[in-house]
Design a protein around this ligand. Structure first.
Ligand code: ATP
Ligand code: MG
Length: 348
């Protein structure tokens, strides 16, 4: 019904105007009214139309609100997606172990299989980097770990438990993720950072911001930590916004697995080095997964996984191992540094 009424207000006004004009024209033709009468009538008509328009707009606003409320009610009535989990993660004080066992996953409507039999074992307490071409499935992998998507075939084990047996609450309590697209709310800087841990004190928020190298940029704003942010991260730059999200991540001190998806892509190398070091110190002994296109992020990690489209693992090893292998990682490194790759036999 609301859709039919949509836009009707303008048509009602136009119809009234046309009718009035036609009547006056008729009377002028029949010499029962003068042209002056017509102008008087049109002026009177405009006096009536304005309040009429006001009420019609009011009705339009009410209609819009009712439509939104109906949509909201429908969303709230949807069944919760993951209600099957019953077990909780067993806390051991160290990092989580993650194992992808022959995982097959396709996004809805995707023409190709996103992850086609991924096998990857991430040991507890290690720092692993994942690099690979755009669209190779890196963020999808992170989404599977967080329970954003359901595994379609194969098994995803966290600390030996199938992810389908783990409650959503346990996942969120034990795993912290920084998304590739940083999200901010139209709230103050303080509130945006406290999304990491709602009960974090002012001191803890400031400490996290110092470690994320964003404290000074916040203090440069006239309202400092009370600055209201936009959904696009404004009034902060892209790199500053990433650092704000890192501060939020640093507050998640209970996390045993930290997944950072392109979290430092817009940060300058000098600042990135400090921030990465602070992250590693804060999450000492915890499992950390760094998804990145930046070589600088990968260098000092325990293991690096090079992913190809379809989630196929091309190479895996430490920086030194992969450099010595002179394969894909080595070529990416050379490209990054503007060097000509050398064939393995010519080197010594
Ligand atoms: N919501 C979605 N619906 C349909 N297809 C999707 C969706 N999200 C990702 N894909 C597709 O899945 C594939 C893997 O996407 P993913 O975001 O995991 O890649 P990525 O390796 O993180 O890429 P990038 O390096 O650009 O961030 C891509 O082909 C992408 O188009
Ligand atoms: Mg991605």
């Amino acid at each position: 019904m609301f859709y039919i009424v949509d836009g009707a207000s303008e048509w009602i006004v136009i119809a009234f105007e046309s009718l009035a004009l036609a009547l006056v024209m008729n009377r002028i033709e029949a010499r029962q009214s003068s042209v002056g009468d017509m102008f008087i009538l049109l002026n009177l008509f405009s006096l009536v139309v304005s309040p009429l328009q006001f009420f019609i707009n009011l009705f339009d606003g009410k209609r819009e609100s009712l439509l939104n409320a109906t949509r909201l009610r429908r969303i709230m009535e949807l069944p919760c997606e993951t209600t099957d989990g019953t077990k909780t993660l067993e806390l051991s004080g160290r990092g989580c172990e993650v194992e992808f066992k022959n995982i097959v996953f396709s996004h809805r409507g995707a023409a190709t299989t996103t992850l086609d039999g991924l096998n990857l074992h991430i040991r507890a307490g290690t720092r692993v980097g994942i690099i690979g071409s755009s669209g190779s499935g890196k963020s999808t992998l992170a989404g599977l770990i967080m329970g954003d998507y359901k595994v379609q075939s194969g098994e995803l084990l966290i600390d030996g438990h199938n992810i389908t047996d783990i409650t959503r609450e346990s996942i969120h309590a034990n795993i912290a993720r920084m998304n590739q697209a940083p999200h901010t709310l139209t709230r103050t800087v303080r509130e945006n950072i406290q999304l990491g841990r709602m009960e974090a004190t002012e001191q803890e928020v400031i400490e996290a911001c110092r470690l994320a190298k964003i404290h000074d940029a916040i203090n440069d704003k006239p309202h400092r930590y009370d600055t209201v942010m936009g959904k696009d991260g404004g009034p902060f730059s892209g790199g500053q916004c990433q650092r704000l999200c890192i501060a939020r991540l640093l507050l998640q001190t209970n996390a045993r697995l930290v997944v950072i998806d392109e979290g430092t892509s817009a940060i300058d190398p000098r600042t990135e080095a400090v921030v990465l070091e602070n992250l590693k110190t804060r999450f000492k002994d915890k499992t950390m997964i760094f998804i990145t296109h930046k070589m600088s992020t990968l260098r000092h990690l325990d293991s690096i996984v090079v992913l190809a489209p379809g989630g196929r693992i091309m190479e895996q090893g430490s920086h030194d191992e992969l450099m010595a292998k002179r394969g894909e990682y080595y070529e990416l490194r050379c490209m990054n540094e503007g060097l000509e790759p050398q064939p393995l036999l010519e080197i010594n």
